[in-house]
Structures are given as C-alpha cells and as structure tokens.
Design a protein around this ligand. Sequence first.
Ligand SMILES: *Cc1c(COP(=O)(O)O)cnc(C)c1O
Length: 496
Amino acid sequence: MTHGMTHGKSDGMNGGTNGGKSIDDVLAELRALRETDLPTHGGRTLAYVYDSGLAEVGELGERAHALASSANGLDPTAFPSLLRMENDLVATAARLLGGDERTVGSVTSGGTESCMLAVLAAREGAKQRTSTPNIVLPSTAHAAFRKAAHLFGLRAVHVAVDEKTFRADPAAMAAAIDDDTVLVVASAPSYAHGVVDPIPDIAAEAARRGVRMHVDACIGGWVLPYLRRLGDEVPPFDLAVEGVTSISVDLHKYAYCPKGASVLLHADARLRGGHYFASADWPGYTMLNTTLQSTRSGGPLAAAWAVVRYLGDDGYLRLARDTRTATERIRTGVDGVEGLRVLGSPDATLLAVTSEDGADFDLFTVADEMALRGWYVQPQFGHGSSPVNLHLTITAANHGDEDGFLTDLADAVAAARAAGPVVVAEEMRTLIGAIDADTLTAEQFEGLLQAAGLDVAGGLPDRMAQVNALLQAAPARLRERVLLEFLGLLYRPHRG
Ligand SMILES: *Cc1c(COP(=O)(O)O)cnc(C)c1O
C-alpha cells in the first residue's frame, strides 16, 4: 500500500506524524470507509465495476497508477512518457476497432468525456455552420449524449427504436437528419439492453448526407471484437464500416483497467481538430488541451497502458471467452426462473432481466432480496416500450459462480413473491400527477423526498422497492428533479 511514498524525509513512515494523523491511522481510516462500499472484485457487483477475476491485474493497475499519478498530461513535451503511453493505447484501440494508418485518437477520463468530445468535434467541424446544430440519436443512446447536447448547446433529436428489439431504426434515423444535423449516433451495444444498433445502414445514410457518425462502443468496444473471434455473429460496428467517423471505447470497462480511462478514435486527424483547444491570449503558459481536462493525471493512463500490455490480445480473448460462457449460462438460467425473462436479444455481455407479463412479484423487491444475498443488480426504470428491469453487466469474474448467482436469483424471486406486491397509494399517485417538475419549491421537494423514503438524515432505507416504485410512478423530468435534490442533500459537508 505504501509504494510510491519513498521520498519523504519525515518520520511519518515509521508510525509518527507530520502534524496530522499517522500514516497507519489514515490508511486504517480509509480502509474502514471503503468497507461501506460495494465490492469491486469478486463478480458480486453487476454494474459500475468490471472484474477480470485476476488478482494480479488489479495489483498491476494500482502499481502503475502510483508510478505516474503525479505526472501531468497537460504538457506532453514535459512528460513524454505519457505521450508515448497515450499513442500506444490509441494504436492498440485502432487495431482492435477497424482503424487504419489515418486513425488518430485521444485518451480521456471516461466514456462520458469521449462521447462529449465526439459531439464537440462534430459541432466545430460541421461543413456548414449553423446556429441551431443538432445530433440525431436513438432513444436508447447513453445519457452522456444528452449531457453533451446540454453543455455544448445542441439539440438532441431522439429517435424511437424498434419496440421489440430495442435496436435503432435506420429509416427513422434517416428521416430525422436535417440541414442542422452535425452528428448521428448509434451504440455497440446500448447500455440498457445490450443490443448493437444496425450501424452500417445508419452510417451509410449519414455519409450520404455528409454528416458525421459516432459509434458509442464505450461498453462493448473491448469485448465485441473478441466475441467475434470466438465465433459469435457480431454485426459490423467499427471504423471499418463505411461512414463511421468516430468510435469510443472505455478502458475502465471491458479492458479491465482502473477507473478514469477511455479512448476516442477518429477516422482521421481532421475530424479530431474540433475538440482540441488552445489559448495564448493570457499572461500564463499557452494552454493547449486535447480533452476537456487541462491538468491530467498520468495515473489512469499508465494503469491502463500497463494492464493492456500485461493482458495482451490472448489475455483479452480468454477473458472474453469466460465472460461469454458466464453470460450464456446466466441468460439460460434466468429464462429458467419462473416469472423472469431476458429482455430482447442481447448481442454482448449485458443482460436486462424483466418479469413475465402477469408475474406475481415485484422486480424492485427482487433487487432488494439480491442485495440481502450479497449481489448488486441495477434497477432500470420503465421507458417507452422497455419495462422495468434489472441490468446485469457480466464480467469474467462471474465465470465459475454462475450457479451461485442463479440459485440466489431464484431464491430472491421466491422471497419477492412471498413479500407480495409493492403498492403506490392512490393519493401518492394523484400528488405526483399534479406536480409540475419545473416549478417545485424546496419545501415540496422535501415533502416528496420524505414520502419517497429518501430521508437523508435517517440514511437510505435497507429496502429500496417502495422508493423505486414511487420514482417509477413519476415522469422522467420529475424523477430527475427529485433525485438531484436528494443528491444535493447528500453532498453537504456538515450533515450530522
Ligand atoms: C458507460 C457508458 C458510457 C459513459 O461512460 P462513463 O465512463 O460512465 O462516463 C457511454 N456509453 C455507454 C454505452 C456506456 O456503457
């Protein structure tokens, strides 16, 4: 734990202090805090974290992170090691994702930043400048694109997806493109349903209209190519597809790297220019940025570089094989649990588990029961034709314990059945229906939060099913406002 702290002159390392607490005490405190978190290893947390199941991968990432965390990517001439590592990672990603000798890219802090930069570059590089630029995206596109549109002043044009397959509809996407469209987006795969959009059809239309096309392979980009090598029929999705101008892939997902690293690839350097930024018009150094960050820790970059080198192509192929086996077993097992089914026909390693029509149990309660059994599964609210479901991100660490998961899942469903339905009182529904999300006062928020059981002072309830049922009853806009208010209450430095 103490590697990297070798240059101090104080006696802090020997158990003394340097004015504050001793190093041992501080680290003990930190470990105790971390015990309250969901586990990041072991495969029991089926969202947010990605575990290769190989202990040394985690350790290598941590050590490489420590070796470069004080280096600053702000100036690649001052820290050429970071420049080299970034070029190496971009080259590896380009090889994996159908790039050629013209492909360039950037390492960013995560998928959201990669998606945002794709939008920014498209806005800046649009052939004809418009004062009302828009991006055309399937309704299943990651929320990061809404954030990009919000921050960069573009309109997000959401196009309905196929009601049954949840795949983007190329004809509807084509119809939504207009003279103000600067970017068309599709996913490989989508987060919510794990399906790959029909990218060649969408890209062809974008190209025909002279509009850029971004493929969001943030979650799938480091696993789909390996699934293909294993014989799966993975639809074409990468830079090799005619008309695709950029693609994003997160290193901190299926490349099993520590958090804080993603790659955005552009088909050529001209396409990338729009997200570079320079400012010489101030008395300080000439600021040159390739991403949204200016000071950029070398830690996540070095950690990703090390893990990618260590695992190599063969390592990722093996991990993809394990993940694929685990996904197949869990998928089959879920369909064997009475009342459960997998939503749609997932193409990758993500599953959305929903209940059969007329099922006599509540899915949010199943999530609570899984939590009691030591598993985190992520509730997804109903949206359009997509019913309430539980999201599972399957990783290599799930291989070997598929039966453990499925046994607990069946038990959780049985317990949810015994617990009975979760009812939202009629007066609560009426109250929610009468609220205008945009004119809510702080007091009304407070009342709603309390009614929803989100009483921050008392901590989160052990069971979230009632809260989730209420949130599901609220329109999306109201859910956003209520949860942001809740977040604002969580982030108070002086809360008892
Ligand atoms: C995770 C994800 C993102 C956003 O990535 P962050 O690293 O969470 O910022 C974007 N798109 C898809 C499909 C994702 O799964």
